[in-house]
Write a protein that binds this ligand. Structure first.
Ligand code: GLA
Length: 383
């Protein structure tokens, strides 16, 4: 990919790129909506990446070009404002640059930038985190910033929260930053500790994208975020504000009367999901993959009934794929409200079986899901 991107860069800007970096998309393995609650979560970096190429300019402008359309967007370095709808693809690298500068990095000139991606957009694989991390690494390399992995991961999230305006946690950027082939990334979102531990041999990930996207998905994500914070606020009453991570089911049950049924259910999902993540880690270490599969399905059931971020299409995909030979378990992955289902399978699960699932889905909903077979891959790095 690097040589193709290098030649596109020369064609676009009339000179060679000076810095290259890549970062992967991710699959959320288990730990749904736990991250911004200071909870536990696990993901896998995949073998599909975004690569960014940069070269210095001799003025104070930043130029972002689209490989697809050839369009160029020019931004003044002294005016790093969020772009409007039409150019919102620029906001991901732009936000990263802004927060790198705010973190004390200095850039004496602007840059030209071009990205290339094998992460399918809108498939639930977090192409946005892959853009943020590849941009951050490429910028650090171009200017010689002295910055570590954790700071780049945090800046990716900060950019998404404060610049793009999505109140996500650190899962996507953390997995894209800390991924490792044949490994899971385990994240304690409270302490922001990232660790890798081995995936069982011969397992695979299949992603079935329902192609349904709830029109209000961003608003619904923010609504769930607010409901969780509301539960945490009530549970923290009388002490300092703590996140849901700090509470147990008995704390929640003791406060039940102060919470609406809806807010109670959201908090219950998060508290029990944290416990499922811990259990999944333990079972993986013991080699009980069937047990892990059951936890994945339990996670989905909780999303469906308590957190209410599933939908008919995702439920149907989970039910259909879970019954197929070679599948350990399946669940919705990522924010929900449409989007994708992940199936965790052994290495006998085949494209033919995946196509059969797709056909059954198409019969019911009149549209084909997108299917992606993913292997694990490495995290962000300069190349
Ligand atoms: C999205 C967000 C993540 C996380 C998941 C749900 O992918 O970007 O931070 O909250 O949803 O677990």
């Amino acid at each position: 990919m690097k040589s193709t991107l290098a030649s596109y860069f020369e064609k676009t800007y009339g000179r060679p790129a000076e810095a290259f970096a890549q970062a992967p998309g991710r699959i959320e393995f288990i730990g749904n909506h736990t991250d911004y609650n200071g909870g536990l979560t696990m993901g896998v970096a995949i073998d599909k990446i975004v690569m960014a190429a940069l070269a210095r300019r001799d003025d104070k402008k930043l130029c972002f070009a689209s490989i697809k359309t050839g369009e160029k967007v020019l931004v003044d370095m002294d005016d790093l404002q969020k772009r409007d709808r039409e150019h919102n693809w620029v906001n991901y690298p732009l936000g990263v640059f802004k927060y790198l500068l705010e973190a004390g990095m200095t850039a004496d000139c602007g840059f030209d930038m071009l990205d290339m991606s094998s992460v399918p957009p809108g498939a639930g694989l977090s192409s946005s985190a892959a853009i943020e991390l590849s941009s951050g690494y490429a910028m650090a390399s171009l200017y010689g910033f002295d910055i570590d992995r954790k700071s780049l991961v945090r800046i990716g999230r900060q950019s998404e929260n404060l610049f793009v305006g999505m109140p996500c946690g650190i899962l996507d950027q953390g997995v894209s930053g800390y991924g490792k082939a044949d490994s899971l990334v385990y994240i304690d979102c409270l302490t922001e500790d990232f660790s890798n531990f081995p995936l069982p041999h011969k397992c695979r990930f299949w992603l079935f994208n329902s192609t349904k996207k709830h029109a209000l998905v961003d608003g619904l994500y923010a609504e769930r975020h607010a409901e969780c914070m509301e539960a945490a606020r009530v549970l923290s009453e009388g002490g300092k504000m703590r996140l849901l991570r700090h509470f147990t089911m008995s704390d929640l049950d003791a406060a039940k009367e102060k919470l609406s049924q809806k807010v109670y259910n959201r908090a219950r999902h998060v508290i029990e999901e944290n416990a499922r993540v811990l259990k999944a880690k333990e079972l993986l270490e013991r080699g009980d993959i069937a047990g892990v599969g059951r936890l994945l399905n339990a996670s989905h059931e909780s999303s469906k009934t308590l957190f209410e971020n599933s939908c008919e299409e995702l439920d149907y995909l989970v039910d259909t794929v879970s019954g197929v030979e070679g599948v350990y378990g399946a669940r919705l992955t990522g924010g929900g409200f449409g989007g994708a289902v992940m199936a965790f399978t052994d290495d006998t699960f085949s494209q033919t079986q995946a196509n059969e699932v797709a056909q059954i889905y198409e019969k019911k909903f009149g549209k084909k899901p997108m299917i992606f077979a993913c292997a694990s891959g490495d995290g962000a790095k300069t190349v």
